[in-house]
Design a binder for this molecule. Structure first.
Ligand code: R5P
Length: 301
């Protein structure tokens, strides 16, 4: 049996060697079947191997947060600039045109809401596999609470979702939750991301941290990073750049896009970093130029 306290001597992450892909460009996916690969190829662009997921599932925990007061107005203009929409079925069905062409990563669990002091107790299934398939989901997303009261429940939910997804060829995105009482350091993310991948998630969503290079190297499937709380645009673009430079396969970003002063410019700047390797400085300049152009166009002569 493994030492339950973990092997603290783990140190050789072979950072100089790319992942062994055996013929399919998405990390860890070489042995998956055709349908699963086809869905992954709609998530991770074949050209860059990366993705820009737009996360707007925040309402299922916190209600109409800033920037998401009107899903029907806030989200549609951003769609053409992202690869994937990550949302709940209620948000999609009520507010997003079914004619939109991008892949959908469907949030299929519910959790405690902001009305509770501790959100990390976990929840249950908010949408079953039949309804996810009916909605043409391209992936399923489940939040997990490693090291928190909801750990057992949420890992079980993840495992059941991975099984149901596999039956229908849908990959599962395992989401690493961070909460008031959860750590946000390399040691925690090394453990949590690996745990989710070994539970079967084909994609893991986590957070950037110092030492991220090792976190990404040790996770056998792609990691996409969340943006977290809104920070100034240049900082958010810096975070994206550091993450993809250190091995993230893209972002699953919400507040730093839809709470930006100019969400349309910001989403395009993020895509430049993710898909075209723009530096943070280049991307921020791009953002400013677009935002200024938008202002000019909006002015009445
Ligand atoms: C987490 O599971 C949330 O529901 C969001 O999807 C996630 O936090 C990403 O959004 P943000 O970039 O705003 O942190």
């Amino acid at each position: 049996m493994a030492d339950p306290t973990g092997d603290n001597s783990a140190k050789n992450y072979h950072l100089d060697r790319p992942p062994v892909n055996e013929g399919f460009y998405v990390k860890g996916a070489a042995h998956l079947d055709w349908g699963m690969k086809n869905r992954l190829a709609r998530i991770f662009r074949p050209g860059s191997g990366r993705t820009v997921m737009l996360a707007f599932d925040h309402g299922y925990i916190m209600g109409p947060t800033a920037g998401l007061e009107r899903l029907d107005l806030n989200i549609p203009p951003l769609i053409e600039h992202v690869d994937v929409l990550m949302a709940t079925r209620g948000a999609l069905k009520s507010s997003i045109p079914p004619t939109q062409p991008k892949a959908v990563c469907l949030r299929i669990n519910y959790d405690a809401t902001v009305l509770f002091d501790d959100l990390s107790q976990g929840g249950g299934i908010a949408c079953d596999i039949v309804n996810a398939v009916r909605m043409n989901a391209g992936a399923l997303a489940v939040q997990t609470f490693v090291g928190a009261p909801g750990e057992k429940n949420s890992l079980e939910l993840l495992a059941r979702t991975v099984d149901a997804g596999a039956d229908h060829g849908l990959p599962t995105l395992g989401v690493v939750a961070v909460g008031k009482n959860l750590l946000r350091d390399e040691k925690f993310f090394l453990l949590a991301t690996r745990l989710l991948a070994e539970t079967g998630a084909q994609i893991v969503k986590s957070y950037y941290c110092p030492g991220f290079e090792r976190v990404a190297a040790a996770c056998p499937v792609p990691i996409v990073i969340a943006g977290g709380k809104k920070v100034p645009e240049n900082e958010a673009l810096g975070l994206c750049h550091r993450a993809v430079s250190e091995g993230a396969a893209g972002v699953d970003m919400g507040r730093n896009i839809f709470q930006s002063e100019n969400p349309l410019a910001m989403v395009q700047a993020v895509a430049k970093v993710v898909h075209e390797n723009f530096t943070a400085k280049e991307a921020f300049q791009f953002y400013q130029d677009l935002a200024a152009g938008g202002k000019k166009r909006g002015r009445k002569s």
